[in-house]
Design a binder for this molecule. Structure first.
Ligand code: ZN
Length: 404
């Protein structure tokens, strides 16, 4: 029986709740006047003044004369604008793929200060992977000339569902060496920093929402099409996890009756016909030679008819699943990311065509289907964005220190 884990640092008191609303508004708006903050949060001007004053005293928020983005006019002087102080702390992002490890450090305005990448064995153990990540963390901090003590938190992405109740990595044949490991707790022990773990497709969704194709949207579906197929669902601007953390597993939607057996044990899952491995394998058979994902994409870009046909077939299969999803969720955009999204319209057009045919007209009218713009760095940037989304804890503890 799953025990619901109370997320540490959740803010309960009214004062903390109000402070979180102000910080959230500044995170979303970047810069705002006190009057704008009052309007956005629905709090009174005097409450806003008190909260902003505390944040300024703690060095978390800076003030500057500026132009209000809402065209406010004040007799004789421009309004004082406030923004989060991007140098108030640093974020670390760690992205584990099934063949790579990426680590980056950024300031709180999402500007990446240093980044490192390496190829890594598919079936590495969690311990081996986390050791490598810890080495990379030292390396990027040194490269950025950054002190460890300024890191407010670490976001970490894994290509597996994460159990929301226990924090454990769930069954996955992509990272078999990680199953059952509480990766956040383990990484936190090794690094001596707070770590949040998230599924990789969820991080891709977050990154595209914060600074990619889905910027400014709030009802978003992100689909990562690589060696596995995963999805990240955003509703009301927030990631949706479901009760056990597996929401968005679109790769295991059945699209072929009696199709090939999937790693999940079912038959005919989307992943068995539209993952990069499945498509490359079909092309390997037709060409009588081994075709890697990179080669598949090169052939597609060069206009190879078989490569394009097979990627279009994958697009049509993805379209079947996306059409159902549009009927259920009515998203404003569906973003395709992952390795296969590099095929561009060869993949996207068949997806759009099937969605137009299969989904109900009102859902079709509402949705834009586009490729992600962050490419292979999407999950890493999402890991950094996760820290900003989870930063209430840091702000709360820093303010408590100031008050003490
Ligand atoms: Zn499956």
């Amino acid at each position: 029986m799953a025990v619901v884990r109370r997320r540490s640092g959740s803010l309960t008191s009214l004062r903390e709740g109000n402070r979180k609303r102000v910080i959230d508004a500044l995170r979303r708006r970047g810069v705002a006047s006190r009057a704008e903050l009052a309007r956005i949060t629905g709090l009174s001007r005097s409450t806003i003044s008190t909260i902003v004053g505390d944040l300024v005293d703690a060095g978390l928020v800076g003030e500057a004369d500026g132009q209000s983005t809402e065209g406010e006019t004040h007799a004789g002087r421009p309004p004082v604008m406030v923004s989060l102080n991007s140098s108030a702390g640093l974020a670390l992002g760690i992205d584990f793929g099934h063949r790579h490890l990426r680590v980056a450090v950024s300031d709180l305005s999402h500007t990446v200060l240093a980044e490192a990448w390496r190829e890594m064995d598919v079936d590495h153990s969690a311990g081996h992977g986390l050791d490598a990540a810890a080495d990379f963390v030292d390396q990027v901090l040194e490269e950025a000339g950054a002190e460890r003590s300024r890191v407010i938190g670490v976001g970490m992405g894994l290509p597996a569902p994460i159990d929301r109740a226990t924090g454990a990595v769930q069954d996955s044949s992509i990272l078999p060496g990680w199953v059952g490991v509480d990766a956040a707790a383990d990484a936190s022990r090794r690094l001596g920093m707070p770590v949040e773990v998230e599924n990789d497709a969820n991080l891709g969704a977050l990154a595209e929402l914060v600074s990619g194709s889905a910027a400014g949207r709030s009802e978003v579906v992100y689909i990562k099409v690589s060696s596995g197929i995963g999805g990240g669902l955003i509703s009301g601007g927030r990631l949706q996890h479901g009760v056990a953390g597996t929401a968005g597993e679109i790769g295991h939607t059945v699209v072929v009756d009696g199709g090939p057996v999937c790693r999940c044990g079912n038959r005919g899952c989307l992943e068995t016909v539209a993952s990069t491995g499945a498509v490359a394998e079909l092309l390997s058979t037709s060409r009588g030679e081994y075709v890697s994902t990179r080669r598949l994409l090169e052939l597609c870009a060069a206009g190879d008819a078989a490569a394009q046909r097979l990627i279009a077939d994958a697009g049509r299969a993805i379209g079947v699943a996306v059409a159902n999803l549009c009927n259920l969720l009515n998203p404003e955009c569906v973003i395709l990311g992952g390795d296969l999204s590099a095929a561009g319209d060869v993949l996207l057009e068949p997806v759009r065509e099937v969605v137009r045919r299969n989904a109900i007209p009102s859902a079709v009218e509402a949705v834009e289907i586009a490729a992600g713009i962050l490419g292979e760095r999407a999950e890493l940037l999402g890991a950094l964005a996760l820290v900003m989304h989870e930063s209430d804890r840091f702000f709360a503890s820093q303010l408590d220190r100031e008050a003490a």
